[in-house]
Write a protein that binds this ligand. Structure first.
Ligand SMILES: NC(=O)c1ccc[n+]([C@@H]2O[C@H](COP(=O)([O-])OP(=O)(O)OC[C@H]3O[C@@H](n4cnc5c(N)ncnc54)[C@H](O)[C@@H]3O)[C@@H](O)[C@H]2O)c1
Length: 341
């Protein structure tokens, strides 16, 4: 009984300390902006608010009243969920985003029937570039998180056109793909996805991503020792078409996991977590590639991505990475051809 009381009080104290820690971060005047109040942007904002990562969160969209409506709806969950982040919805008014430490860009169009890849890149590049420029006008120090697709190319556009230090520009895709990899691994192993480690590197596309099966572990046991080759190949194949599978089921692209992945990245930045995530970052010789933004494991903290982690790839993995880079480079060339960079 005595022990039980002791444990309970200790838990209470721990939980109080955690709460104080959260409040400390809150009053640290953290301000975050999410541009695009659509499916992914709103879900990302919702997760950021629930995690209390900012004192103020601005949700901005070009569609009149849309972000205001989404922000109001989220604020009405405050008394139910207990968070205290203030969410402000605005229509295209960037002055309201002033002083943001982190800005997440989710604005953009999905590819429509009959639209070429070049047309989509042209439209989304125009949106991403003007959004990023507007953010920097009011928040010159902001760390820019790019989610809009084609994400690897949009991240490269941000790198080439904004003149920011490379560590301040992070594309989010690999965190989502790695979470999907762990989901499919957990199904194959019949285990908890939280007990798994695994990374997906390369481009954020069905044919360009590379699930690194050889490095994946279940509580430090290599999954290659737990699953046969056929099962592992299926896990990798399912991961690669993970987004397309959901689009087939939903009739549009997914938002819960993409929004949560965006918020996890923001959390690592604002809490200076030094976590390793696969992010799309500027490569300067690392993994044998230069003048490109591609998904590699990086340490994430308050300065954005702080260091690229070198995984010793074998010949086949390096060949797949080079092929992925070639495909992404071809897309990036559209930006040059269209004189967007
Ligand atoms: N990187 C990833 O892992 C990942 C995952 C899922 C989706 N995505 C991409 O994220 C983007 C958003 O997806 P979604 O499902 O939320 O789409 P959505 O259509 O639901 O939302 C997009 C929002 O952007 C807004 N918008 C368009 N132009 C704007 C501008 N100039 N300024 C401000 N807002 C503007 C629209 O009004 C809309 O509300 C797409 O490009 C999608 O392909 C990326």
């Amino acid at each position: 009984m005595t022990i039980s009381i002791f444990i309970n009080s200790s838990n209470l104290i721990t939980s109080a300390c955690n709460r104080i820690q959260l409040k400390y971060i809150n009053i640290n005047t953290m301000k975050i902006t999410v541009v695009g109040a659509g499916a992914v942007g709103a879900t990302c904002a919702d997760n950021i608010a629930r995690k209390e990562l900012a004192e103020e969160l601005v949700l901005l969209d070009i569609k009149e009243g849309f972000a205001e409506g989404k922000a109001m709806d989220m604020m009405q969950t405050m008394a139910l969920l207990g968070f205290d982040t203030q969410i402000k919805g605005v229509t295209n008014d960037y002055s309201q985003t002033a002083g943001s430490q982190v800005a997440v860009i989710t604005s953009g169009l999905p590819r429509k029937p009959g639209m070429t890849r070049e047309e989509l890149i042209g439209i989304n590049a125009g949106i991403v570039k003007s959004v990023a420029e507007n953010i920097l006008k009011y928040s010159p120090e902001a760390i820019i998180v790019v989610i809009s697709n084609p994400m690897d190319t949009m991240t490269y556009l941000a790198l080439k056109s904004l003149g920011l230090p490379k560590n301040q520009i992070i594309g989010m895709g690999g965190i989502l793909d790695s979470a999907r990899f762990k989901y499919y691994l957990s199904k194959a192993l019949n285990c908890n996805a939280n007990d798994l480690q695994g990374f997906v590197i390369g481009g954020h596309g069905d044919t360009t991503m590379i699930p690194l099966t050889r490095f994946a572990t279940y509580q430090s046991l290599p999954v290659t020792e737990l699953l046969d080759e056929v099962t592992l190949s299926k896990v990798a194949a399912d991961t690669m078409v993970g987004g397309a599978t959901l689009t087939g089921l939903l009739g549009t692209s997914a938002w819960y996991a993409p929004g949560a992945a965006g918020a996890a990245l923001v959390e690592a930045i604002v809490r200076d977590e030094k976590k390793i995530f696969t992010c799309c970052v500027a490569l300067d010789g690392e993994y044998g590639q230069s003048d490109i933004c591609l998904g590699v494991p990086v340490i994430v903290g308050k300065n954005g991505w702080e260091k690229i982690v070198d995984f010793p790839l074998n010949e086949a993995e390096q060949a797949a990475f080079n092929k992925s880079a070639e495909a992404v480079r071809n897309m990036n060339n559209v930006l040059t051809e269209m004189k967007l960079i």
